[in-house]
Write a protein that binds this ligand. Structure first.
Ligand code: SAH
Length: 239
């Protein structure tokens, strides 16, 4: 996706990018490519692919929610910053926390944040389930893209979401994975408000954005330890 088409497609999502934001995205793209030469951050290395599969794909999250009304957000398993860093560039007023268990990715994001001169960005190097011990139900919005299956992901994300807030999962077209997670979402205090289905431009691959409202508190026993979540996923009859 070249930059002209990127700007045009983003406009269709209702976002008009200003010069400063476009410049920040350009710096981001260049720095990602440069850093990736010595430290493995992403398999996507071509600028046009980065604009499509990382930048544009992250921006589709605006289909789910009006970010102008959001105060704080955490991106779980943010990797090289998707979608959390992109939301921060588009909506600089939001206090964004970027969390990942891989310290190389957090180090990259800290340097990038300085390069871009962004304020109100927090970092956490560690696992989501550990972070939750002190940060339970603190976030208006919890996001995640490509971290793990919906059932596990819900146990990582819903405990961090404020009652009345949203957990937004950016997913591919695997409907079975989504159906499988319905029980977990309910047990964890969530409720699917909307499932937004569409295709990524150019390559036409399927996408689902799950907009999940946190309607009641998550029972205290969740999240469990990661090995327990994996061994005994939250499914009806434990299946
Ligand atoms: N969201 C990014 C990265 C996806 S790769 C993107 O869409 O491009 C998945 C990332 O999740 C990895 O960086 C991995 O370190 C992180 N991760 C997986 N499980 C995690 C957990 N329980 N807590 C924190 N980070 C986790």
């Amino acid at each position: 996706m070249n930059k002209e088409l990127f700007v045009e497609e983003v406009k269709k999502l209702g976002i008009i990018l200003n010069e400063e934001q476009l410049k920040k995205l350009e710096i981001y793209c260049n720095y990602l490519i440069e850093y990736n030469e010595h430290t493995n951050l992403t398999a996507i290395k071509e600028p046009e692919q980065i604009y499509l599969k990382h930048f544009y794909d992250s921006i589709t999250i605006v289909k789910a929610i009006d970010f102008n009304k959001v105060n704080n957000l955490i991106d779980i398993g943010t990797g090289a910053g998707f979608p959390g860093m992109i939301v921060k560039i588009l909506f600089p007023e939001i206090e964004v926390t970027l969390l990942d268990s891989n310290n190389k990715k957090i180090a990259f994001l800290q340097e990038l944040t300085m390069k871009l001169g962004l304020k109100k960005v927090n970092f956490y190097h560690g696992r989501a389930e550990d972070f939750c011990v002190k940060n339970r139900e603190k976030f208006d919005v919890v996001t995640a893209r490509a971290v793990c299956n919906m059932t596990l992901l819900s146990e990582l994300c819903l405990p961090l979401t404020k009652v009345g807030g949203y957990y937004i999962a950016l997913k591919g077209s695997n409907e079975e994975e989504i159906d499988d997670s319905l029980y977990a979402i309910k047990v964890l205090g969530g409720e699917i408000e909307e499932k937004i289905t569409f295709e990524l431009p150019i390559e036409n691959s399927g996408r689902n954005i799950l907009k999940i409202k946190k309607s009641v508190n998550t029972p205290k026993e969740y999240p469990r330890r990661y090995d327990k979540m994996v061994k005994n996923p939250l499914k009806k009859n434990g299946k």
